[in-house]
Design a protein around this ligand. Structure first.
Ligand code: SAH
Ligand code: DHB
Ligand code: MG
Length: 217
């Protein structure tokens, strides 16, 4: 990844504000060993999520796309003791590994990982989350957003990761292929939020793009 223009500012933020604890370091190491490091959020993005959790003070967060639980742990660490994050993961191996990491972090009481296709799971979830973090398959973003916009409580927030779609939405070639379905879905994701009078939305210009939206009505 050519993140040169971000590397100095990122390093500064990590050094001062976004250091990983031992468990997060362990999860990052395992992601690296399995060739998956970089699919998880960065420490800067993790701390940003954590800070948003502090502002919103959610009772319930729904995360779509767990991987090894790296972002899940950042979020869970900022939750009140009685609050909860439900994280949805399609791959049984990922779900199992993420559960191990949640246990290592002593967060079993606050985190539930549900294995299955999030598109199906959300249909059966009768919840009013205060925060939804969307970070799973990119062609699914449009469907995840439709669910999130109706499920999230008024005042609650929706966050989408990778909303520049690896540069494809901003005419930047980062050497990463994607599908037409992913491009259409991500365009719809941003444009729907941008136009909706029921949400106040913008993008935090991380390297990957992070769309944030608060439900107004
Ligand atoms: N949020 C994680 C990264 C998630 S990577 C972090 O920052 O640490 C995306 C994850 O979404 C992968 O683990 C992938 O298996 C999962 N995924 C893909 N399609 C899915 C689907 N339909 N339902 C649920 N999870 C899905
Ligand atoms: C990929 C997925 C992500 O959610 C991300 O933040 C970075 C990369 C990927 O599928 O390659
Ligand atoms: Mg992501």
């Amino acid at each position: 990844m050519s993140r040169d223009s971000y590397s100095k500012s990122e390093a500064y933020i990590v050094e001062h504000f976004a250091r990983e604890d031992e468990v997060l370091k362990e999860v990052a190491g395992r992601l690296s060993n399995d060739g998956k490091y970089g699919i998880n959020v960065s420490p800067v993005e993790g701390k940003l999520l954590q800070w948003l959790v502090g502002l919103v003070a959610p009772k319930l967060v729904v995360e779509i796309g767990t991987l090894y639980g790296y972002s899940t742990l950042w979020i869970a660490r900022a939750l009140a003791p009685s609050a909860k994050i439900i994280s949805l993961e399609f791959d049984p191996k990922h779900a199992e590994i993420a559960r191990e990491h949640v246990h290592m972090a002593n967060l079993d009481g606050r985190v539930e990982i549900r294995q299955g296709d999030a598109k199906e799971i959300v249909k059966t979830m009768n919840v009013k989350p205060d925060m939804v973090f969307i970070d799973a398959d990119k062609p699914g973003y449009k469907a995840y957003l439709e669910w999130a916009m109706s499920a999230v409580r008024v005042g609650g927030v929706i966050i989408g990761d990778n909303t520049f779609l690896f540069g494809h939405l901003i005419g930047e070639d980062r050497g990463e292929r994607t599908s037409d379905a992913a491009i259409a879905s991500m365009r719809a994701f941003n444009e729907t939020l941008a136009k909706s009078p029921n949400f106040r939305s913008t993008m935090i210009p991380t390297y990957e793009g992070m769309t944030v939206a608060q439900r107004l009505s």
